[in-house]
Design a protein around this ligand. Structure first.
Ligand SMILES: [Zn+2]
Length: 515
């Protein structure tokens, strides 16, 4: 009897301990919750701005976190739908963590004040090489414990929560390895080498213009490099990458002169012939590039593999280096139209300077403008650039050019700034109602669609180049350099292309509608 009782008790003990363990295992526990901090936020079917919007969530709504990837968080919506949101628009709460929350400045040097606003005195400056205990928050400000034991307030939007999903470690996320033979040369004068792949990581050392770096790996827009004893991460847009091909493989003669197209939308069909009734031979993904063999009507004939050719609709892809390749179907819309592209600022007027990466507005304005100009030319328009290099042009000269050439449209290209680092998105300005407003609305819609940035709508703007300009004129502000996430995006080649494509499509739609 005693033995049976002992066995029963043992069985009971096993059951008590095993059942909860089993339920926990079979049911992946969410790693916390997120609370939405913007009035409305898109939920997408993947972890990037290019993925489709499947739902929208509103401010103060809270959702369980399923997983995180780079700066994106997968959440579980009320109707059991799963979707991805950008982590920079939410507040993350870890579940079950009672330990202190550590925060790190996103800037190299950040002011600590005696109270929660910029009107309070600066009591100390902290750097992004250290983490601090977060004590409390008030509005957008957070109180931290300083190293000397004192307390102080910092701007919450400039601090990164170490425990949250938005903090990525160098070991997390997909890593693309490069061939070990790849090298990069430093462009600027002095470049910071950091301990991780974004500007929030500490500076491990510096390299100089002309220095050659060995590329160890790549992650997003960042490269892990090595020079002598120094090893760390550098921004890829500040170096020139020289990918040396294996020696038995001949280098392409003029790779940049080959016309190519780039896929802009997920699941783009490549077909066997130049019409939507032709069979699909391949489904291409965003970012894939194909060499253009020719043009038939509105369609590009492209090389899929060395022995396979397909067709893709010209109006859903972006084209590069397409001298001599014109989009025949849309040519009639822009043929005979003269468009003045006006890259804002230039020369000793650098325009806005990004506070996080030091981006010069004048340079990104020019990059986007040059891409826009080649798209317009390829579509048959006559394009004038108010400047095609980094030089100063007065506002009056810009307007004069517009009048002298009697342009059909004047498009000024800028990037925005705000005292509030949280503000982000695209604005297209017009001065007069009517035609200017129509063009601004059309461009605004297309730029938002292609860049995925927030829609701050077309608005009235009292700018010299619009007000003094009798021609059809708009001014595009393609994102905020003062917003950390947008400054990062604005520095990518992909963004330059998408922004230019958006403005291009807007101009095209406007003139098609007026025909
Ligand atoms: Zn500007």
């Amino acid at each position: 009897m005693d033995r049976i009782r002992i066995q029963l008790i043992a069985l009971l003990v096993i059951l008590i301990f095993c059942i909860p363990a089993l339920t926990v295992q079979s049911n992946t526990e969410p790693s916390g919750t997120v609370t939405i901090t913007v009035s409305s936020l898109n939920v997408r079917d993947g972890a990037s701005l290019k993925h489709n919007v499947i739902a929208q969530v509103k401010e103060n709504q809270t959702f369980p976190v399923l997983q995180t990837k780079d700066n994106w968080i997968q959440i579980l919506l009320d109707d059991n739908l799963k979707g991805w949101i950008a982590s920079w628009h939410v507040e993350v709460k870890q579940s079950g963590t009672t330990s202190s929350t550590y925060v790190t400045p996103m800037l190299e040097v950040l002011n600590v004040r005696s109270g929660p606003s910029t009107s309070f005195q600066v009591i100390e400056q902290i750097t992004n090489t250290e983490s601090y205990v977060r004590l409390e928050s008030q509005g957008d400000w957070i109180k931290i414990r300083l190293k000397n034991g004192a307390e102080g307030w910092t701007a919450g939007w400039l601090m990164k929560d170490n425990n949250s999903a938005s903090s990525s470690s160098p070991s997390a996320g997909p890593t693309l390895s490069s061939p070990p033979s790849s090298k990069a040369t430093v462009n600027g004068s002095i470049l910071n080498v950091r301990s991780g792949p974004d500007t929030s990581y500490s500076v491990a050392g510096q390299v100089r213009a002309g220095d050659t770096l060995v590329i160890l790996e790549q992650k997003g827009d960042w490269l892990r490099v090595k020079k002598d004893q120094l090893e760390g991460w550098v921004a890829n847009w500040l170096v020139k990458v020289e990918s040396s091909l294996p020696q038995n493989q001949p280098k392409p003669q003029h790779p940049s002169e080959e016309p190519t197209i780039k896929i802009l939308n997920p699941g783009t069909n490549l077909r066997s012939g130049p019409s939507t009734s032709s069979g699909v031979v391949k489904v291409a993904d965003v970012g894939e590039t194909y060499q253009v063999l020719g043009v038939e009507g509105d369609w590009y004939r492209v090389q899929i593999t060395s022995n396979e050719v397909g067709y893709v609709a010209g109006w859903i892809v972006s084209a590069h280096g397409i001298a001599g390749v014109e989009r025949k179907g849309i040519e009639s819309v822009l043929k005979g139209k003269t468009i003045l592209i006006d890259p804002g600022h230039g020369g000793n007027d650098s325009g806005a300077i990004g506070p996080h990466l030091g981006t010069l507005e004048k340079l990104v304005n020019l990059k986007v403008s040059q891409l826009l100009s080649s798209k317009l030319r390829a579509a048959g328009a006559t394009v004038i650039m108010s400047r095609d290099e980094d030089r100063r042009v007065s506002l009056q000269e810009r307007v004069d050019m517009s009048i002298q050439r009697q342009v059909d449209a004047f498009i000024s290209v800028h990037h925005n700034t705000s005292e509030n680092y949280r503000i982000n998105g695209v604005i297209t300005y017009f001065y007069s109602n009517g035609e200017d407003r129509d063009l601004a609305n059309t461009i605004q819609k297309e730029v938002v669609k292609r860049t995925g940035l927030a829609d701050l709508k077309a608005r009235y703007g009292n700018y010299f180049v619009l007000r003094e300009n009798p021609q059809l004129a708009v001014l595009c502000e393609l994102g905020f350099l003062t917003n950390y996430q947008e400054e990062v995006i604005i520095n990518t080649k992909d963004f330059h292309d998408q922004a230019a494509e958006g403005v291009f499509q807007g101009i095209l739609k406007y003139f098609s509608d007026k025909k």
